[in-house]
Design a protein around this ligand. Sequence first.
Ligand code: NAP
Length: 484
Amino acid sequence: MVSRVIPVDPFDLVIFGGTGDLAQRKILPGLFRRFRAGQMGGDARVIGAARSDMDADAYRDFARKAVMEFEPEAAKDTEHLDSFLQQLDYVTIDARGNAGWSELTGMLRDDEIRAFYFSVAPSLFGDLADRLHKHGLDCPNCRIVVEKPFGRDLQTAKALNATIAEYFDEQQIYRIDHYLGKETVQNLMAIRFGNTLFEPLWNSQYVDHIQITVAEEVGVGGRGDYYDRSGAMRDMMQNHIMQLLCLIAMEPPAKFDPDAVRDEKLKVIRALDPVAPEDAVRGQYEGTGQSGSYRNEVGNRDSTTESFVALRATISNWRWAGTPFYLRTGKRLRERASEIAVVFKDAPHSIFGADAGRHRNILTIKLQPNEGIELGVTIKEPGPGGMRLVDVPLDMTFAEALGPEEADFPDAYERLIMDVIRGNQTLFMRGDEVEAAWAWIDPIIALWEESDRPPLTYATGSSGPDDALMLMHRDGRRWREIRA
Ligand code: NAP
């Protein structure tokens, strides 16, 4: 298959926080990959902006190291890397001060697409918006990219939306949830709305339940401070898992256009029922021997922050009444594995008798470590001996189906940055979506905060607290095993 990379228009991209972790690990390597693929042209410019004092050459050296470390192909293609680095510039700027802003103004071109990536702590988002306005940089055609976390509850998210809205229209605001940039997540929409096969079955008449798991093997690592103020509910459930839930559960939009898609996602969030206390399980990992405990890792012996959460969610609408959604995410679990499993109901009647056992079709959308889609179907076990049934996967690992070249798809961040330049908001969260998600999550967190019960403990390397297993056992169901 021939690769179909369409170059984007020339742009000026300013990365506030251009020396930070995200810029090093994702943004700069991602831009290099788009440059190498021919999507970012020679007329695009990327300007790193942070308080650190350095000139353009020093920033290029800094970016070279980052790209070499996080994009293995860079070392083999120094010609492209050198050209890419020539398109980088740097300005020393303080989001809370006046230094550097006129220099930045002088660097920007008037007639090109202009994007400002807020890759800094959320407490600086308001300052940046203010300063951009004060220096006349909030032009009608410019875009801002806002990182998560977007608030820590409904109130703070509303305040943040209001601050940004003072200077930017909703059409200019790109709230990133990188899960939406994953190839498989978009394939979820292609599978649902590009085939006739699944959509007629996509409802409570045929779907028994849906499981969404985002399991991490690692602990909080160097993010202990941030994580302890946030927890799994705010860090993962309110954004990433909520977005996956929306795409799985939404009605077909009339067209694949930003507001049509986001309207449908919003309807899902608004149709979510409040979660009953017994349907929300929170946990915290406890290590044995060499492996650390959550409280040690974050340096807070009394922490009651959850590193694991499991919820049983229900949606009150015609499509999903009667089909529960089981959602779970956590750190220091058995393996790193993220997937959505759509578990269909048993065949209404088995003509093969009780001995044939219980067989179910399961559509699994795998997000990590390897992206792909698998459909479990029941067939006859080959060989003599009568009609024995067995479940086998119809596997659609992209690399195998499309060939390695086509399956070398962009990482979520680089795809989303190109969408910003193209002005396509489909894969970005709208302000009302974010607020609705907090409105659903906040009461669950409030309940925990009011309670004097600490999170349940679970062993490092396990599947989470036993109560999370009970959440499903109670309903006569069980979680799929966490496996990569
Ligand atoms: P980080 O490593 O702490 O970097 C912060 C950046 O902001 C640095 O470049 C810093 O450079 C700059 N900065 C700090 N204060 C500033 C000021 N007053 N004016 C201008 N620049 C300032 O943080 P990060 O991990 O890159 O995260 C950036 C954002 O992305 C955060 O909102 C985070 O929540 C979000 N995020 C990060 C990740 C990730 O994997 N890292 C994932 C998802 C979301 P100077 O000190 O030189 O100013």
